[in-house]
Design a protein around this ligand. Structure first.
Ligand SMILES: NC(=O)c1ccc[n+]([C@@H]2O[C@H](COP(=O)([O-])OP(=O)(O)OC[C@H]3O[C@@H](n4cnc5c(N)ncnc54)[C@H](O)[C@@H]3O)[C@@H](O)[C@H]2O)c1
Length: 257
């Protein structure tokens, strides 16, 4: 059983009980960590507070990752409440629906900007705020969530694939810069899972079926399996791993034809 007792973590990206970030939060709490969860808007605040109430002594804070002011306020609140930070889970992603439905060539300038801002730049902006908090603890672990659509074309994944490519590059650049402070930066590339975000991709149930048919393990992955790998990457067992994209996808990515 991995041990995160005495550790403090930030989890950004919990929307509801099916969120990958919520599965990771539950696993981290079960491993003994104390957590801060965030909500991006008043509309989601109640959901997040209800879920957070299942954890031991959590803090719940606002953070729209497109807002520098809210990110700065989040950093200050974490410093006040936790006096430092040991890990950060980044599970925020968004693209306007039209840019997921239309052909990729029709991606709007605004849709491109929003998708890259919320889904990729936010990792950089948040890393800048959490890194000094992690330095206070002698290091830390940053983990984000990505998808194979960064490297291969998946119908309707569109601008989100471009955002994930940027996110994965950001993981490597951040890992390179923050390594000297013993801060590791990694991503999990998860297989498809039915969530609020994935329900915005039309044809998603077909993707699930193709994975079931073709992945080496001949099945889809479960939330708890992604969470288990996340706990490994957040904790000391992965202390020599950084800049890595770890596939938790039942092996799907290894196949050509
Ligand atoms: N579900 C899948 O099949 C799958 C596969 C691989 C990777 N991922 C990635 O996992 C991560 C979590 O997604 P999920 O599938 O759990 O869906 P989800 O909808 O539960 O999570 C997405 C989160 O992003 C948050 N978000 C959107 N805009 C935001 C903003 N401006 N500020 C702060 N937060 C904002 C939402 O509130 C939500 O909590 C995403 O990065 C997603 O791309 C998902």
């Amino acid at each position: 059983m991995p041990d995160l007792s005495g550790k403090h973590g930030l989890v950004v990206g919990v929307a509801n009980k099916r969120s990958i970030s919520w599965a990771i939060a539950q696993a981290a709490a079960a491993a003994g960590a104390r957590l801060a969860l965030t909500y991006p808007s008043e509309r989601l605040e109640e959901n997040v507070r209800e879920l957070a109430a299942k954890l031991e002594n959590p803090i719940v804070l606002p953070c729209d990752v497109a807002s520098d002011d809210q990110i700065a306020a989040l950093g200050a609140a974490l410093d006040r409440e936790f006096g430092g930070l040991d890990f950060f889970v980044h599970g925020a992603a968004f693209a306007p629906q039209a840019d997921l439905n239309n052909p990729f060539i029709q991606t709007s300038r605004d849709g491109f900007r929003i998708a890259l801002d919320v889904s990729a730049y936010s990792l950089v902006a948040l890393a800048r705020v959490v890194a000094p908090l992690m330095e206070k603890r002698g290091g830390g672990s940053i983990l984000t969530l990505t998808y194979l659509g960064s490297q291969r074309v998946f119908t309707n994944y569109n601008v989100m694939g471009v955002a994930k490519a940027a996110l994965e590059a950001a993981v490597r650049y951040l890992a390179s810069e923050l390594g000297a402070q013993n801060i590791r930066v990694n991503a999990i590339s998860a297989g498809p899972i039915k969530t609020l975000a994935s329900s915005g991709i039309s044809g998603f149930s077909n993707i699930l079926q193709v994975y079931r048919d073709r992945a080496p393990l001949r099945r889809n992955v479960e939330l708890a399996e992604v969470a288990d790998s996340a706990i490994f990457l957040l904790g000391p067992a992965s202390r020599a791993i950084t800049g890595e994209i770890v596939f938790v996808d039942a092996g799907y990515h290894v196949h050509g034809i």
